[in-house]
Write a protein that binds this ligand. Structure first.
Ligand SMILES: [Zn+2]
Length: 326
């Protein structure tokens, strides 16, 4: 879209529906966030509708109006109908619901509306304004409470036969590992996610081993605390981080062998933990893939700052405005 067109397109409303928070923002055509707000994720459908109404009021939509709405949501979302097809975990109550039917009545008028899986939406944002600009083959992982994934192959974001493609968090990394919310065992997100790293830290404290993790003000330690203790040289925290990154590195190397991407983008809260993660994962990926690939695939941080989910949702909305569904 040309700069001149950018000036004519009204802003859009973007939502990122996650397991712990729902974020929303009004975003201008050049990717600038005009207003943003967030709420804790409600635990029932009634609370969800009330909270979304409040969230939209708090955003103070521009008087000149908006041009479209985009939503990134955990789980499997039908882009054709915006129906939530599968969503295990705390947001289970959204299964079988169409997001546009829940949100449109809360707005002044119906607008072009688009929704998709949150990681796929984050990759849409990176394609429009971030690290995937001009790329044709990209693997993106969102490292947060769980692990999300999205894959760009030959310029197309992969959907698969039933819309589930890209769920890299449920790649099996330990065949006899612990149960995962998806029903499988030993998924990547049971080994590398904020929850998994926090569980490992709690277990170390419970065993009573000597570690700085005992001395934190926050109880139990957060994933960011564990990374910070590891960076400061705490052996126990470093072991937890190294083990998690070993499993993540192995999984990413496998995916890189399968997909042959130009770059790997890491987003989500754990990607904010700093250089330690990126240097360790790059080393792990390089030795595992250099023989077959004959090059180093750069592992880069998502360029769209938090809340990147809402920017991705806005990118999706701008696509819907430019080519509304027939
Ligand atoms: Zn799983």
């Amino acid at each position: 879209m040309s700069h001149e067109n950018n000036l004519r397109v009204k802003p859009v409303l973007g939502f990122d529906i996650g397991g712990t928070q729902i974020k929303a923002a009004v975003v201008a055509a050049e990717g600038k966030i005009l207003t943003a707000h967030r709420i804790p994720t409600p635990s029932s459908l009634t609370e969800f509708c009330n909270a979304m109404k409040q969230l939209i009021q708090n955003l103070h939509l521009p008087e000149s109006g908006i041009s479209g709405v985009g939503i990134g949501c955990k789980g499997i979302i039908s882009p054709a109908t915006t129906e939530v097809l599968a969503l295990p975990g705390g947001l289970h109550y959204l299964e079988g619901r169409r997001l546009n039917e829940l949100i449109t009545p809360l707005l002044e008028a119906p607008y072009p509306f688009a929704a998709d899986n949150d990681a796929r939406v984050a990759l849409e944002g990176e394609r429009r304004w971030g690290a995937a600009r001009g790329r044709e083959n990209v693997l993106m992982l969102t490292l947060g409470t769980g692990v999300g994934g999205a894959i760009l192959v030959d310029g197309k974001i992969l959907r698969g036969a039933g819309g589930a493609a890209g769920h890299a968090g449920h790649l099996t990394v330990e065949s006899d590992g612990v149960e995962c919310i998806c029903g499988n065992r030993g998924c990547l997100e049971t080994a590398f996610s904020a929850r998994a790293i926090e569980s490992a830290a709690f277990a170390a404290i419970h065993r009573g081993v000597a570690t700085e993790l005992h001395n934190l003000t926050a109880r139990p330690p957060t994933c960011a605390d564990v990374f910070e203790c590891a960076r400061r040289g705490d052996v126990v925290a470093r072991d937890i981080v190294q083990h998690a990154i070993l499993l993540l590195g192995g999984a990413v190397a496998g995916l890189v062998h399968v997909l042959d991407p130009e770059i790997v983008i890491l987003g989500g809260q754990i990607a904010e933990s700093g250089e330690l993660l990126f240097s360790m994962i790059q080393r792990e990926l390089d030795w595992r893939t250099k023989t077959l690939l004959r090059r180093s695939v750069p592992v880069v941080k998502s360029e769209l700052a938090d809340p990147s989910g809402v920017l991705g949702a806005a990118a999706l909305a701008f696509d819907a405005v430019a080519s509304p569904p027939k």
